[in-house]
Design a protein around this ligand. Structure first.
Ligand code: UDP
Ligand code: MG
Length: 315
């Protein structure tokens, strides 16, 4: 019997969860009878009644498992915990807010069994319902990260992907602490088919991502998968050295020919400002990588479990 595992990271989703469950069940009901389902909810340190709702659901439905973290570790940690703890032949990730429509799952599964693909991903073709400024920066981010990495990062790609076991195993073999799932997924490669759909607004509750959190996440993505910013600061440094060398020669000649009238301190101040600005900027870039390395070498666990349901197969 084949099994499909569905991982659902949840952080303060008490309003959305009952709606999500209802919609999910409606959609997995008419899958062929020889397919088993496993639904794993990861409670990422919610402060509301999310865990209680998950527990209630799991009493009604034995396919439901849950893992509850000791605090909020972030969606990336929840995804990792999910991937590590499911046993399905096919695995997918869905947001609890129904922005990843369960109705697509059937088509995704069909593609995997009928065509020669290892994973089916979903991407939003619109960002309707999202703040305009957020969409603009998201577009910019994808342009930037695609220039800086050697693999493709698909614009609008969701974490909602149905993967075969090989893909899951290769993603969990990447044990890094600073996790950027979309990048990890692109990094491992494999044959992926993308299906498109129009953005769906969140069904209930509120987004957990502020603009600041997204910016930090974007920087995480770039530093985790590219060292181009470091090259960039070296190149700027080199250009400045060359320019200053040429200027020194020009000034020596000028002084020899015209004497040494002392003027030009305002321009000097501007140059000092600019150069020290660039130095700090480069130092900041190096600092970013250093801080990531620092966190990486500590080898802290990516998540800590407070409790889990007792229907895991001796894991
Ligand atoms: N989420 C999580 N931990 C967090 C933040 C979010 O597990 O720290 C979950 C959240 O419950 C939801 C999914 O990640 O199921 C996506 O979050 P959200 O809908 O807030 O993000 P958006 O769709 O606005 O990008
Ligand atoms: Mg959402």
């Amino acid at each position: 019997m084949e099994k499909i595992s569905i991982i659902v990271p949840c952080y303060n989703e008490e309003k959305a969860l009952p709606l999500f469950y209802e919609e999910l069940i409606k959609n997995i009901k008419d899958f062929p009878k020889n397919i088993d389902f496993e639904i794993l909810f990861i409670n990422d340190g919610s402060k509301d009644d999310t865990l209680k709702i998950i527990k209630n659901l799991s009493e009604k439905d034995t396919r439901i498992k849950y893992i509850s973290f000791s605090r909020n570790f972030g969606k990336e940690a929840a995804i990792f915990a999910g991937l590590e703890n499911v046993t399905g032949d096919y695995v997918t990730l869905m947001d609890a807010d129904l922005q990843d429509p369960p109705s697509l799952l059937k088509d995704m599964y069909k593609i995997l069994i009928e065509e020669d693909y290892d994973a089916v991903g979903t991407r939003r073709t619109t960002r309707k319902g999202e703040p305009v400024i957020r969409s603009i920066f998201a577009k910019l981010f994808y342009k930037l990260i695609n220039k800086m990495t050697s693999f493709e990062n698909v614009d609008g790609a969701r974490d909602y992907v149905l993967m075969k076991r090989v893909v899951v195993d290769s993603i969990i073999s990447l044990k890094e602490y600073n996790r950027y799932y979309k990048g990890l997924f692109s990094f491992v490669g494999f044959k992926i088919k993308w299906i498109e759909y129009k953005n769906i607004p969140r069904v209930a509750g509120q987004t957990k991502w502020s603009f600041w959190k997204l910016t930090k996440y974007a920087l995480e993505g770039i530093t985790a998968f590219s060292t181009v910013p470091l090259v960039f600061s070296s190149v700027i440094g080199l250009i400045f050295c060359l320019v200053s060398f040429l200027l020194i020669i020009a000034i020596i000649f000028k002084t020899l020919i015209l004497g040494d009238p002392t003027s030009g301190w305002p321009s000097l101040v501007c140059i000092i400002f600019m150069v020290s600005g660039i130095q700090l900027f480069s130092l900041g870039i190096i600092g970013q990588y250093l801080s990531k390395t620092y966190l990486e070498v500590k080898r802290r666990p990516i998540y800590i479990i407070r409790e889990k349901s007792n229907n895991f197969e001796n894991k």
